[in-house]
Structures are given as C-alpha cells and as structure tokens.
Ligand binder design. Structure first.
Ligand code: XMP
Length: 317
C-alpha cells in the first residue's frame, strides 16, 4: 500500500544516492508541484538545492512577494528574480494565444538560463513533473497537446546539459498534496487552485499591457478573496477572472461610462480534462460584482461564464 511517509523516506534516500554532493537547480512556480518537489529535495540535499522563482509579471496580485517570503520561511535556498518588464516588453503587441505562450516560454528559458549560469558546477535540473504531465508529453502528437502547447515539460534547451531529476513523476495530484502535507507544508499552499504557467497573459484577451495586468490582478483578487471569505474556495477546482477585449456602456452618477467587461470563471473538475462551471450562490456573485465595479477603476460590467468543458476549455485562450 502506498503511503506518503514511505514515499518521502524512500525518495529522500534515493535522491541522496543519486545526487551525492552535487548541486541541483529548480524553478519554483508558486504551485503545489514545484513546491513539493523542492521540499523533498531540500530534505535530501539541503542548500545544494538552488531554487529560482521568476516573476513574469503575470502572477496574481502580491503573489511574487508573498510566495517568495513563504519559500524563505520554509527554509528553501531560493532566489527571487523579478523579470516582469522583460516579459511585458516581449509580449507587447501580441494577441494570438499560442504566440503568447511561446513568447512566455522563450523568455522564461532565457531568464532561467541566465540565472542557472550564475551558479557554478550545477549537475542536475529538478522539475515538479507529475504523472499526468508525463502522459501528456508522451502524447505530444495527439490532439490534446496540439490544442494548447503547455510549456511545463521538457522546455529547457539542450545546451544546459543537465541531468533531470523528477521525484514526483509517478504521482497523481492528490498524492503530491499528501506528500506535501506529510512534510509539513502549509495546507493553504497545498490547497491552491492550479494556475497556468503563462498566468494572466492567457486571461487578458487581445494584447497585454501593464495597465491591463493591473486591472485583472485587482479583479482576480476580489474574486479569489471573496471565494475564501465565503468558504467557497475549497469547493472549486479552479477560479479566475478574464479581461475581455470589449468595452461596454455603463452609467456612474450622471455620467455615461465606456469601460471594460470582465468575466468570472469557476469550475469543478478532477483533472482539468473535463470541467463543469460551478453553481456559485447568487448572493455571492452579486456581492462580488458590486465590489469589483466599485473598487476597480476601468471596469463597469461583470459576467459569469456558464460554459462547461468540453466544448469550452477552462481558460479562454
Ligand atoms: P484548458 O484551458 O485547456 O486548461 O481547459 C486545462 C488546465 O490546464 C491549465 N492550462 C495551462 N497550464 N500552461 C500551463 O501550465 C498553459 O499554457 C496552460 N493552458 C491551460 C488550465 O489553467 C487548466 O488548469
């Protein structure tokens, strides 16, 4: 029978044997998988694990600072690299979803590579790849992978010549969470919704600007905080807001407004492959919509996405 205790003990022993006194580099994303992988490796090799946490400027509001602090408090040897401007510059004028993903993937690799080169004698690259990622990357020619090119797996350039360590590659998501809990990782961190690598870029339809990112971060923050306050967060697989490339007419006092529309999306799912929209309480939606429109300058209309996957996808891009 599989238990998290036995998995941790066995994996830490294996990692010690495999890695010895060598150095390992790992990219932290703020997500469950890379965090659990980092803590496992840290248990095995301590500060010989060098973690890099890149701010691509497309994370949730305050996410970079707060997650970086959390990582440091967990005792991880982590460097935060704020590359927001570099990503936003590279994304300027790009509206096509796949082009956005490719650009973000490319810049991430450049930034990560620059950082990895600052470390000397690194022998291994660790990744938080889990079993479903392995399956998906095997079927790269299948239809699911060509719909959207996920860039989490196998994305690093050959010239880095690092051996890959993937301690979670046999685990499913719920097992990863149990392993994390076993090692004492904060339950709030372990219970976080999945968040796509390209971040808010694929939730801003059309081209991306710093101002649009700011607006979406504020809207998303109201929505997510509301879900937590109403004890709805843990009932939802994934939630977020989408900034639409249309403006609509509204009225504020005696003034006519012409401002942005945002969509809210919350889905139930077990693996992201299929999903149903969540029947959130009307009074929650009402309160959230009012708060967003009152608080976030530039938004005058909120809609709720009631599409399931298939035929819609979870993300809008
Ligand atoms: P879709 O939109 O395909 O999303 O129904 C399914 C799950 O995958 C996430 N997603 C991504 N994750 N890079 C990622 O790391 C991506 O490019 C990407 N696109 C979608 C999405 O958030 C959902 O959890």
């Amino acid at each position: 029978e599989w238990t998290p205790e036995a998995f941790v003990d066995m994996t830490v022993e294996d990692l010690k044997k495999q890695i010895g006194d060598d150095k390992v580099v790992l990219g932290l994303s703020g997500g469950v998988d890379s965090t659990v992988a980092a803590v496992l490796l840290n248990k095995a090799i301590g500060d010989n694990l060098y973690c890099i946490f890149v701010n691509n400027g497309l994370l949730r509001k305050n996410e970079f600072e707060s997650v970086l602090d959390q990582y440091k408090n967990m005792g991880l040897n982590v460097k935060g690299v704020d590359s927001s401007a570099r990503f936003l510059d590279a994304l300027a004028g790009i509206s096509d979803p796949e082009e956005k993903r490719k650009t973000i993937g490319r810049v991430f690799i450049e930034v990560f590579d620059d950082e990895a080169h600052l470390l000397t004698d690194v022998k291994f690259l660790a990744q938080g790849t889990i079993y479903p990622d392995v399956i998906e990357s095997i079927s790269v020619n299948g239809p699911s992978a060509t719909i959207k090119s996920h860039h989490n797996v196998g994305g690093l350039p050959d010239f880095m010549k690092l051996k890959v360590v993937e301690p979670l590659r046999m685990l499913f998501k719920d097992e990863v969470r149990r392993v994390g809990a076993e090692m004492g990782i904060d339950p709030e961190l372990l219970g976080r919704h999945p968040f796509p690598g390209p971040g808010l870029a694929i939730r801003i339809l059309g081209d991306i600007t710093a101002e649009k990112v700011r607006i979406l971060q504020e809207v998303d923050h109201v929505f997510i905080q509301g879900l937590k306050d109403w004890k709805l967060y843990d009932k939802v697989w994934q939630a977020g807001a989408i900034l639409l490339p249309v403006s609509s007419v509204g009225v504020m006092g005696d003034e006519r407004t012409y401002e942005k529309v945002v969509a809210l999306r919350a889905v139930e799912s077990t693996d992201g492959m299929t999903a149903d929209w969540v029947n959130l309480p009307y009074d929650f939606l009402q309160k959230t919509s009012n708060t967003i429109i009152n608080r976030v300058k530039g938004v005058n209309r909120v809609v709720y996405d009631i599409s399931s996957k298939p035929p819609a996808t979870i993300e809008w891009e």
